[in-house]
Structure formats: C-alpha cells, structure tokens
Design a protein around this ligand. Structure first.
Ligand SMILES: O=C(O)CCC(=O)C(=O)O
Ligand SMILES: [Fe+2]
Length: 518
C-alpha cells in the first residue's frame, strides 16, 4: 500500500478510543504495521492460506491470525448477490450472529470470541486472488457489513476500509452491503465506510436513498412522457440522476471501441450462431431492418436462461453469451452494467405503473417480475470507412424501427449525434448525447400493456460523422414467457376498448432472431 492509502487508516486508528478493536482480512506486507499502529488495542488477522497463517504466527507469536476457508468463486459474484437478496429476511439478515448462520456469504467458522467483539475498525485487504476461480472479497465485505450492524454496545459506528476499490467485486459488494450513503471517502484504491449498528428487525443493508430520489424523478419523467404524447412532442425521454456510475457508463463504451477496432478475423472468433442462442458478433450489414441491411456491427447478448426453463419456447435462445477475451474485464463489466440497467428499468416501470393509476408493482409478477433483457453493443462506422470510399452521406446505421420490449436505455458516444426520433408531426428530431444520461425509448410491449397511453418510439440511426460511433443499448423486456395484453387499468383509462390482442414475448423474439440474422 502507498502512503496515501495507509494514512487514512492510521488516522482512524489513532483517533480510535483505546483499547481499539481492529479486524483485518488478509496477511500482507503491512500486517506488522497494522499491529504496531494499534499497539494499545486488539488486532486480529484473517487469512485464507492456512500454511502461511501458521507460519506467520510461528514467526510472530504476538500476532493473532485465524485461517478461513472461502467457498465462493469470484466468477459467481453476481449470482451470489441475487441469492443473498433472496435470503435477506432469513439467513442473510443484516443483524445476526453469523456463528449460527448458513448464509453463503457469511463466515461462520471463526473462533466464537471473534463474533462477540465489537469491532471498531475493519480492513478488507484479502483474499488476494482476483481471477474467476479466486474466492473474491465478497465474503469479507458481507461479513464486515453484518458485524458492524450487529454490534451490541460501545461505539455504534464501525470504520470499514475496502482496499482495491477500483475492482468490480469490491465496488459492487461495497455498494450493496456497506452502502454508498456510508461512504466517507473513496479513491480508486481505498474506500472508507462508516457503518452504524442497526436494530434487530432490520432487513435492509442500505437505506435506498436512490429510490427516494428516483420517485421524484419518475414523477417528472411520467408527466413529461404523457405531456409529450398528448402534444406534438416525442415519446423519448433522457434519464438523468439514475445512480449508475458515470465511470461505468464510459468504460463500457471504451472497451467496446477497443473490440470494434480489432481486425475482422479477431471479431469473428465470437461470431453469432444458433448453438449459442443467437448470441455473439454480427458483421456490418448482417442485421436487417425492414429488408435493408444496417450499416453497423454488433455483439448481441441475451440474459442467459436455465436449459428447459421455458420448454420448447425457450430452446432456440438457450446458450451462453460470447464475450471478447480482451480486455479481460469485458464480461464482468457488461454483466455488471446489465444488472444495474435492469434495476434502473424496474424502478422506471414502477414509476410508470404508479403514474397510470396502478400499484407500483403492476408490471412485476407475470409481466416483468423476472424480466428478460437484451444487450446490444453496437458500432457504426464513420462516413468514409463504412463501405470503402464511396459511402453516401446518409447511409443508414439502423433503419427506422420501434423497439419491441418495454423500455430501452441507450448509452451513446458523447461526441456524435446520430440517433433520431420521430415526433408525432412526423419530423425526425436528433437525440443529441448528453454525457451521463440515457436516452430512454418506449417499446412495443409497453405500448400494448398501456393500451396506447405510451406510444412506442420510432427511431433510426444515421452516423454522418467521420468518426466511428459506439452505442450500448440495454433492452428491458417482459418475462420471456409473458403474454402481454392491455392492462385493465389502462383499458379503463382509454375508454374501455382494447387496442391490441395478446403477444407472447418469447415467440416474437425467437421469430425475430431466426429470420432476421443471416
Ligand atoms: O445506436 C443507437 O443510438 C440506437 C440503437 C437502436 O435503436 C437499437 O439497437 O434498437
Ligand atoms: Fe432501437
């Protein structure tokens, strides 16, 4: 660790009233330093390497080290968050004695007294391994979050430091279990959280201030969409204040540029094919809109589904996403991005349901409670490079269409205006990029469900700039097997006449991928 990383930890230890209880995950170069900085207090180290822990204790009998066996794998960090959320009222409660817990992320095999101490400061600088097979720091972060909230007496606050905060697991788990609202200071290397104890019946790690802010934002969004619809505006909004980190929004575009810059042979290594459930790379011109090849290349990704889950309906879409191997964090970055877009879209849909006079979860359950998603990573060549030298100025990057699902979140390059939206007077209006915001399109499924109260957004893409343009489009879809039809609340609001019949989402998607892509 550098001086600037050690300093905030040492400052907190210095101010910690003696005797200070300091718990450290990871035996590192700094182990003896931590012990020395907390000379009047109790310092305990936890490490996954049993042999090294024993060796270290032998060399330094004054240092308390306990070994722990982590059973998690870094590659499953996202699934583990989902299963922990499911168990938040049971095994994975924020306040509990982990000694008796079966929560996969909780360490339950340390000596009993470790669970009885009220820890004042916790540092997470281990385990080391950061490949997909490594254990990751999911368990230490979750465990620290629980220890801090379950304190019995003394100081109700715990300082928790997470090292290597630039990495996905550290960031995502820090945000989930230590919470942004508790973040006192952070830079790429180190995050400092101050977490307070909670009462026994708490079932939330974070207070979800995002959601509260979002509700204000939804009201504005919904009023705007409805107003736009009733005047001659357009059915497109730009979403701001959404809580998805700017750095992630930028990084997914950066890595996509790097992929599209590769020679064709390289990109074709992940070529789309039926065995992968139509996932993978499509060359320029392979995507077709209304019979005309689009001037773009793309990687198509779909939410992966358990084989057999949707029977014959789902079979053609079963398969694994094909991610580029370079840069190595491409997959985790995109998966993390899709997970955050899913969360954001659900919030927007809750706002829309409320605005339409229903309950917030009107679009959950059988409609979109287990929403399918599509992620298209799209590259549009600039005018002079798409098809040799003679490309017409207005060659179509993506022909006029409406998106099929519920909502789309478009994350486009900041310096090129290429997306156009048609307003109700039939004019094409540019949707210029606004850094940090998403263009949010309404899809056909929302049009059906709202019985036309929300119209789907007709849009097209023309990149007439000389620069290559990248867009990451996240499509939030209904449940794969949802039969979407006009909802009773919207039918009532629109005079009692159903404007469309039922559409089974998965049927449409299968039909599209099997006929559209060559
Ligand atoms: O590139 C864009 O801005 C939008 C892409 C799009 O409309 C689509 O993929 O459906
Ligand atoms: Fe679209």
């Amino acid at each position: 660790m550098s001086y600037s990383e050690i300093k905030p930890i040492s400052d907190v230890l210095r101010k910690c009233s003696s005797p200070c209880n300091f718990l450290v995950f990871g035996l590192t170069h700094e182990t003896l330093l931590w012990k020395a900085l907390n000379h009047n207090g109790r310092t305990v180290f936890i490490d996954e390497n049993r042999y090294y822990a024993a060796y270290f204790e032998e060399l330094h009998p004054e240092v308390d080290v306990f070994d722990v066996q982590y059973t998690t794998k870094m590659g499953e960090f996202r699934e583990l968050i989902a299963s922990t959320r499911d168990q938040i009222h049971n095994e994975c409660k924020p306040v509990q004695n982990l000694l008796f817990s079966e929560c996969k992320l909780g360490i339950n095999d340390l000596p009993n007294h470790v669970y009885e101490v009220d820890w004042d400061v916790i540092l997470i600088d281990g385990p080391r391994g950061d490949g997909p097979e490594g254990p990751g720091r999911m368990t230490p972060i979750f465990t620290s979050g629980v220890l801090a909230r379950s304190k019995k007496g003394g100081n109700g606050k715990t300082h928790i430091f997470v090292h290597d905060y630039y990495r996905d697991v550290e960031k995502v788990y820090g945000d989930e279990f230590l919470c942004r609202e508790n973040l006192v200071e952070a830079n790429d290397m180190l995050a400092h959280f101050v977490v307070e104890k909670m009462d026994e019946n708490s079932y939330q790690f974070c207070s979800n201030t995002n959601i509260k802010i979002s509700f204000f934002f939804f009201i504005i969004l919904i009023v705007f969409v409805l107003k736009a619809h009733s005047s001659s505006g357009y059915q497109m909004v730009q979403v701001k204040g959404h809580g998805i980190p700017d750095s992630l929004i930028k990084e997914v575009k950066n890595v996509s540029h790097r992929f599209f810059d590769l020679p064709y042979e390289e990109k074709l290594k992940i070529k789309m094919n039926a065995a992968a459930g139509y996932r993978g790379y499509q060359r320029i011109g392979e995507n077709i809109t209304k019979g005309i090849p689009d001037m773009h290349e793309a990687i198509d990704c779909y939410r992966e589904m358990k084989p057999g889950l949707y029977g014959e309906l789902g079979k053609p879409m079963e398969g694994h996403n094909q991610w580029p191997l370079n840069p190595p964090n491409f997959k985790t970055l995109m998966e993390e991005y899709a997970a955050l877009c899913t969360e954001l879209s659900r919030k927007i849909l809750r706002g829309i349901a409320l605005a339409l006079g229903g309950s917030a979860d009107e679009l959950e359950g059988e409609i979109a409670g287990d929403a399918f998603w599509v992620l298209r990573i799209i590259g549009y060549p600039g005018v002079s490079s798409a098809r040799g030298q003679d490309l017409a100025e207005n060659d179509i990057g993506c022909g006029a269409h409406t998106d099929y699902g519920l909502l789309t979140l478009v994350n486009q390059d900041d310096d090129i205006t290429a997306l156009q939206v048609r307003n109700l007077s039939g004019e094409w209006i540019s949707a210029p990029p606004i850094p940090g915001t998403f263009v949010c399109n309404i899809g056909d499924m929302l049009k059906i469900w709202s019985n036309g109260l929300y119209d789907s957004t007709l849009h097209q893409v023309i990149n007439s700039s000389p620069k290559y343009r990248v867009c990451i489009a996240y499509f939030h879809e209904p449940n794969f097997d949802a039969a979407v039809e006009p909802s009773d609340i919207c039918v009532k609001r629109t005079g009692g006449i159903r404007k469309s019949g039922k559409a089974v989402y998965g049927e449409h998607l299968v039909n599209k991928v099997q006929t559209n892509f060559v």
